[in-house]
Each structure stands twice: as structure tokens, then as C-alpha cells.
Design a protein around this ligand. Structure first.
Ligand SMILES: Cc1cc2nc3c(=O)[nH]c(=O)nc-3n(C[C@H](O)[C@H](O)[C@H](O)COP(=O)(O)O)c2cc1C
Length: 212
């Protein structure tokens, strides 16, 4: 028994106001691989994140927030990438994530039911690692499933060339593996289930095998 391949939608969110920032490059690398694996992808980065500070009492959503919320609400998987700012995720990325409070009454509230890959970029390992941990904590708070692999990037060790292009093959491999984890989880979450929730036709559904 075979099933048609589900084409998951993966949303990448992050970066910094600098166009082509290292975090955005890493995000683009994950999304590129997700597309190769058969996903549709969306990128919310740079200027897209420049929205006013989240105000839980506001009655009207500021411009730009609608796309952020609708893309995340419809996503089958998410990838987050933030620079390390003073040991944690940047205010820009955190503010965008604070807006996900608006998704609390969705059929899948916040990030629930979705795998979320986290990438943290610092100018040293300490900041990259603490930022990665903070991102994963936020994903838990938003009821998402951080992928087993998180990726910490140290820009001081030559991950990017002078033009900002990602040149470290090991880093590319890790970002590709993260893409496989997000896409694979999205496919498994959509796999047909029997009355007791058991996978139907296990082994023939693309997401249930090891080939993601
Ligand atoms: C305000 C600010 C705070 C930063 N704090 C840290 C830090 O605590 N640890 C660290 O490793 N890098 C830190 N950095 C370096 C950035 O993480 C690093 O330059 C960034 O990931 C590269 O982003 P870019 O490609 O947008 O320039 C900081 C940078 C800025 C601007």
C-alpha cells in the first residue's frame, strides 16, 4: 500500500536587520535542502521581522504581523535562526516569537504538533550555545518539538567567507540534516492513522522510512 507524498510547508524565521546576515544564510541553507526533499518553503527574515514591539493589550495587529502569523499557523514545520546577542536570542527574533501568542486559539496552538529546527549564530561558541539553548526553551514554551539536532555556528571559525557566503561543508551537512528532521517529522505527523492512532501502511509512507 502506498500513499501520495505529502508536500509539507516549512517556514523559516530569523536573521537580523542586516540583509544576508549569517543567521539568514544558515536559514536559507536549511530551506534549500527542505525544498530538495520535497517541501514548500517560506522565509520570514530581515526586514520582515521589523514589526513593533508586541503589545498583548493591542486590539489591532500592526502591518506585517498578519503574514508572520498566517505563515506560522499554516506551517507543517518551522526553522528558527537567531544571532547571539549578549548571550541569548536577539530582541528582533524574540519579539517576532512573542507575537505567536496570537495563535493561542488556533486548532494547532502556537507551534504545537510541529518540529522546529533551531540555529544560533555567534562570534564565539559560548554565545552560540547559550542562544541555541534559549531558542529551544522558547520552542518548548510554544509547545513545539525542537529537532534532535540543534545547530550552533561560530562565525569566528570561518563558517562564512568575506562575502558572507556559507563555506563550511560540515556546517552545511548539519543544516541539511536539520532540514531532513523537520521535513521527516512533518510527513510523519500527516501520515494516515488507524482508529487507535497506529500508522497505516508503515514503511511505505515516505516519512515513515529512513529516507525522509
Ligand atoms: C548587540 C550584539 C551583541 C552580541 N553579543 C554576542 C554574544 O554575546 N556572543 C557572541 O558570540 N556573539 C555576540 N555578538 C556577535 C553576533 O552574534 C554575530 O556577529 C552575529 O551572529 C553575526 O551576525 P550578522 O551576520 O548579522 O553580522 C553580538 C553582536 C551584537 C551586534
Amino acid at each position: 500500500m502506498t500513499f501520495p507524498q505529502h508536500r509539507p510547508r516549512i517556514v523559516g524565521l530569523g536573521g537580523s536587520p542586516r540583509p544576508g546576515s549569517s543567521a539568514e544564510q544558515a536559514l536559507r541553507c536549511v530551506l534549500e535542502e527542505a525544498r530538495r526533499l520535497g517541501a514548500d518553503t517560506r522565509l520570514i527574515a530581515g526586514a520582515d521581522l521589523a514589526v513593533p514591539l508586541f503589545d498583548p493589550t493591542a486590539r489591532i495587529r500592526p502591518p506585517g504581523v498578519f503574514r508572520l502569523l498566517s505563515e506560522v499557523a499554516e506551517a507543517d514545520g518551522v526553522v528558527l535562526a537567531s544571532p547571539a546577542y549578549h548571550g541569548s536570542l536577539s530582541g528582533l527574533v524574540k519579539n517576532a516569537l512573542d507575537y505567536l501568542e496570537e495563535l493561542r486559539d488556533e486548532p494547532r496552538p502556537y507551534l504545537s504538533g510541529r518540529a522546529v529546527g533551531c540555529v544560533a549564530v555567534g562570534q564565539g561558541w559560548q554565545g552560540a550555545m547559550t542562544t541555541l539553548g534559549a531558542l529551544r526553551d522558547v520552542v518548548h514554551a510554544l509547545r513545539g518539538w525542537p529537532t534532535p539536532l540543534g545547530v550552533a555556528v561560530n562565525t569566528a571559525e570561518g563558517a562564512f567567507d568575506a562575502d558572507g557566503a556559507l563555506v563550511d561543508p560540515g556546517l552545511r551537512d548539519r543544516l541539511h540534516l536539520m532540514a531532513a528532521e523537520v521535513v521527516g517529522f512533518a510527513r510523519r505527523a500527516r501520515a494516515p492513522r488507524g482508529p487507535a492512532g497506529e500508522p497505516v501502511g508503515a514503511g511505505t509512507w515516505a516519512g515513515a522510512s529512513n529516507d525522509v
